[in-house]
Design a binder for this molecule. Structure first.
Ligand code: PMP
Length: 365
């Protein structure tokens, strides 16, 4: 039996080209701060700058492009996915841009803004209650829909290796080249785990460049799904630690799990916004704290990088915009943010890199 790879039709190819220019190649922030009397810097990719405002655009674009190339997604098919929010927003926007109906299954306790955004992007939302199984129930319902209909495409972000590849092909190389442009290489990368696509993909690329780079997954201390192997407790860092250990996550290939508190993450995200004007979401506050913890373990000069996965606009109705009580074991009160610098975007990983004439200007003498 021969397998044929179908070439996407020209108009679909053109639409993908347009979307590629709106996703990825994000700036890298170098954030200077003081921690326990010492000057420190950590690095964070500014992922809120993607088309729909989160890192999930990268994964959605890559999965859809690959599915078209392999003939698993055809014009007119419905894209259906289970998601806690950002993925739904990304698939809704990209799906509609490519002309597809989109159905999103999501737990009904996710923030109001996420539901409204997905709805405004023309997608159908199927809210799933705790009694129906919450997150795991959302996945089951999407599988049931696909089993009934042949025109339903499931991206399956938790088990699709294209999710990891999206970050190994874009986020990782960008970060590596941006650090190189500052004369640096990453000693460590840390990221909160939702699907695990970010930590596995970026980690894979960075370790290919430098096998000594250490890659850490992060989870909420209040709900340590990764350390315990199952759902325990509750937490407020939307987008990470859903209810199970995702299939694409390989904990054995990573350093030990870093735990951060959700209240501490909220305070940190508030501080990044109010002190530096970086209006990030709760998981970005959590990632920043995890980077500080990792740096503390490796030494103050260690080059530690993470991502700011989204901005604060989807959390206006959540505790992110309320007074959060400070607890004595929190790290954020010990962090004084000073300033941030941006490193330049990287020409070589721009979506137009191959054809761009400005990349290598001809200098005539
Ligand atoms: N932060 C936020 C806000 C997210 O939406 C997600 C994705 N669920 C993550 C972090 C984690 O990213 P990943 O799925 O690549 O592990």
């Amino acid at each position: 039996m021969t397998t044929t790879t179908l070439a996407p039709t020209p108009s679909v190819t053109a639409r993908f080209r347009s979307l590629e220019r709106l996703i990825g190649n994000t700036p890298l922030l170098a954030i200077d701060f003081e921690f326990r009397g010492h000057r420190r810097t950590v690095y964070a990719k500014s992922e809120q700058m993607n088309l729909t405002g989160s890192i999930k655009d990268r994964m959605a674009l890559h999965i859809l492009r690959q599915a078209y190339a392999e003939g698993r997604l055809r014009p007119g098919d419905t894209i259906a996915e289970a998601t806690s929010g950002n993925t739904g927003i990304a698939f809704a926007a990209l799906g509609r841009a490519l002309g597809h109906p989109v159905t999103i299954f999501m737990p009904n306790w996710m923030s109001r803004e996420r539901m409204d955004l997905i709805h405004s992007l023309g997608a159908t939302i199927v809210p799933v209650t705790k009694q129906q199984g919450g997150f795991v129930g959302s996945i089951r319902l999407s599988e049931e829909l696909a089993a009934l209909r042949s025109d339903v495409f499931l991206p399956r972000q938790f088990s699709n290796t294209a999710n990891v590849e999206a970050h190994a092909a874009t986020t990782g190389p960008e970060l590596h080249l941006q650090l190189l442009s500052e004369g640096l290489t990453a000693d460590a990368f840390v990221a909160g785990v939702g699907t695990g696509g970010t930590v596995m993909g970026v980690g894979k690329y960075l370790r290919r460049q430098n096998p000594a780079t250490r890659v850490f997954p992060m989870e909420p201390a209040e709900s340590p799904t990764l350390s315990t192997g199952c759902k325990v407790g509750q937490h407020r860092i939307q987008g990470i630690s859903d209810e199970f250990v995702p299939a694409i996550l390989r904990l054995n290939d990573l350093e030990p799990v870093v735990a951060v508190h959700d209240g501490d993450s909220i305070l940190m995200a508030q501080k990044l916004a109010s002190d530096l004007g970086l209006a990030v979401g709760i998981s970005s506050g959590a990632n920043f704290l995890a980077a500080v913890k990792v740096q503390d373990a490796l030494g103050g000069d260690a080059v530690v990088a993470t991502v700011f996965a989204d901005d604060n606009k989807k959390y206006l109705s959540t505790d992110l915009l309320r007074d959060e009580p400070v607890k004595s074991h929190y790290l954020s009160p010990e962090i004084s943010l000073r300033e941030f610098r941006t490193t330049k975007r990287v020409c070589n990983v721009c979506s137009d890199a191959v054809t761009c004439e400005q990349k290598a200007p001809i200098i005539e003498h």
